[in-house]
Design a protein around this ligand. Structure first.
Ligand code: F6P
Length: 546
């Protein structure tokens, strides 16, 4: 498909012109003028509600953004994504994570891949049943009590998020741990309290070549040998999830313990594949299938809803509006739910590894911005660390506030307090506090005039700071699946507008290569001189101080 720079499209030009007007929008006034604003600018999909009324947009803005999506041929791209076109051109791969949760045939090069997916799900189901029932045991015939999943990036962040988010559904017989960092502290502190006889390891790596994962897997195997004293124990205590079965077999994992996936599943989109095995072990296969069903609900919505009423499209286009027309470089993800604590980390990889790109699909350098920095933390903790900057700092930072109507936990007053804060923060960001209001507040507090004057500038909140609110009825496997898929598709929408390939990640390679070059240099005490002065200086300082 021929592409051309989005900046040359009429809709982009129209949005640039419109931004000059929008820069003067005042959210308070927009709400005052239009009491129907929430109804106009909110959307429901299953158990998810998206409120985008607290944004610097009017119906005209949204019409122009939808025009941009149409001029970028977004609907064709969505069809190509679901249809298995090799849209990951730099790796010559299809992008079919949606097939992992499809309930109908998906053909890739004439082959029905949903049959392969179903086979893997069935194998996962048998394995989960064996481990959960205690039929599968370790070398001393004891049932497993601890599952240690060794993987990094996409082979860790999604399952870690889902296991924590769905803890109320987890079987009590397992504790599930995730080890990702090559810092030995991660593995050592995880294993310290565990019993090798009852510990099951999942080595999760699409490539089975990732340095961190292999170093941790080898160390874990040594830890097991030290107790089992028999190489054969590996077969009972290790399973692999990988697209490189040969490497997993070389490691000592039996073919029956290798759960495969395919090159058409990107690492950061792989939660729905066997990479989700820790989740399935924790919550059971039926619940895992509910997670898939939730993602499928969102796929259905994304592929059929009109652009103007399409959640991932709206979320994606709002991001474009701020990044490309207001110069926003930073976007906060703020789950008001402790169980979604890991969502910001998950979305960092999803958004920044996908769209943190500087060249277009055809290799030409971009002259417009792409993915912003994604960051965040759970509320209300975040309010007591960085919210000051959101409210009164000098930068415009957009934010997604994610909250759940119902909690799994019975401390009902806590949930109401949590949600009071959830609602209050987006209201405060939007409304701000005028000089008049701040002054009246201080007077009501009994402050004298000579105190009010100097304090006043510090007490003013500019407001007019946009945010999105996403409300989930309850954090369940199905709603979590829909929420994650919402963000997956948002990322795709933005990649189409920006004309970048969201599915490769060449930017992670250089550092890996240099680390491999430096590693042997660290094994001797001889000073190095092969790098720049700073790198030489740091390496030599390290050697002198060991
Ligand atoms: O280094 C980045 C990356 O390639 C991610 O894209 C991926 O999710 C992660 O490493 C882990 O890769 P693997 O699953 O092959 O070990």
């Amino acid at each position: 498909m021929m592409t051309s720079a989005p900046t040359r499209l009429p809709a982009w030009q129209a949005l640039s012109d419109h931004q000059r007007v929008a820069a003067g929008f005042n959210l308070r006034e927009l709400f005052e003028k239009d009491p129907g604003r929430f109804d106009k600018f909110s959307l429901r999909c299953g158990d998810l509600l998206l409120d985008y009324s607290k944004h610097l947009v009017t119906a005209d803005t949204l019409r122009l953004l939808a025009d941009l999506a149409r001029q970028r041929k977004l609907q064709d791209w969505i069809a190509r994504l679901f249809g298995g076109d090799k849209i990951n051109a730099t790796e010559n791969r299809a992008v079919l994570h949606t097939a992992l949760r499809a309930d109908r045939e998906v053909l890739l090069d004439g082959h029905n891949i949903t049959a392969d997916v179903e086979q893997t799900l069935a194998a996962m189901g048998r394995f989960c049943e064996g481990a959960r029932s205690g039929k599968l045991t370790g070398f001393s015939r004891h049932a497993f009590t601890d599952i240690v999943s060794i993987g990094i990036g996409g082979s860790s962040l999604g399952p870690a998020l889902a296991v924590e988010a769905l803890a109320p559904y987890a079987a009590s017989q397992f504790r599930v741990h995730f080890v990702s960092n090559v810092d030995g502290a991660h593995l050592a502190t995880t294993l310290a309290p565990l019993n090798p006889e009852t510990t099951l390891f999942i080595v999760a790596s699409k490539t089975f070549t990732t340095l961190e994962t292999l170093a941790n897997a080898h160390a874990a195997r040594d830890w097991l040998f030290a107790k089992a004293g028999d190489v054969k124990a590996t077969a009972r205590h290790f399973v692999a999830v990988t697209a490189n079965a040969a490497a997993a077999r070389d490691f000592g994992i039996g073919p029956e313990s290798i759960f495969g996936f395919w090159d058409w599943v990107g690492g950061r989109f792989s939660l729905w594949s066997a990479i989700g095995l820790p989740v399935a072990l924790a919550i059971g296969m039926d619940r895992f299938r509910e997670l898939l069903a939730g993602a499928r609900d969102m796929d259905e919505h994304f592929s059929t809803a009109p652009l103007e009423r399409n959640m991932p499209v709206i979320l994606g286009l709002l991001g474009i509006w701020y990044v490309n027309f207001f110069g926003v470089t930073s976007h906060a993800v703020l789950p008001y739910d402790q169980s979604l604590r890991l969502l910001p980390a998950y979305l960092q990889q999803l958004e920044m590894e996908s769209n943190g790109k500087r060249v277009a699909r055809d290799g030409s350098a971009l002259d417009y911005a792409t993915a912003p920095v994604i960051w965040g933390a759970a509320g209300t903790d975040a309010q007591h660390s960085f919210f000051q900057l959101l409210h009164q700092g000098t930068q415009l930072i957009t934010a997604d506030f994610i909250g759940c109507c119902n909690s799994h936990y019975t401390l009902n007053e806590h949930h109401i307090m949590l949600l009071a804060n959830y609602f209050a923060q987006t209201e405060a960001l939007m409304r701000g506090l005028t000089a008049g209001e701040a002054e009246a507040m201080m007077r009501a507090q009994g402050l004298a005039d000579d105190r009010i004057g100097p304090l006043l500038p510090h007490r003013i909140f500019p407001g007019n700071r946009p945010s999105t609110s996403i409300m989930v009825r309850k954090l369940e496997p199905r709603t979590l699946g829909a929420l994650i898929a919402l963000y997956e598709h948002k990322v795709f929408v933005q990649s189409v507008i920006w004309d970048v390939n969201a599915f490769d990640q060449w930017g992670v390679e250089l550092g890996k290569q240099l680390a491999n070059r430096i590693l042997p240099e660290l094994t001797t005490s001889a000073p190095v001189s092969s790098h720049d002065a700073s790198t030489n200086g740091l390496i030599n300082h390290f050697k002198e101080n060991r």
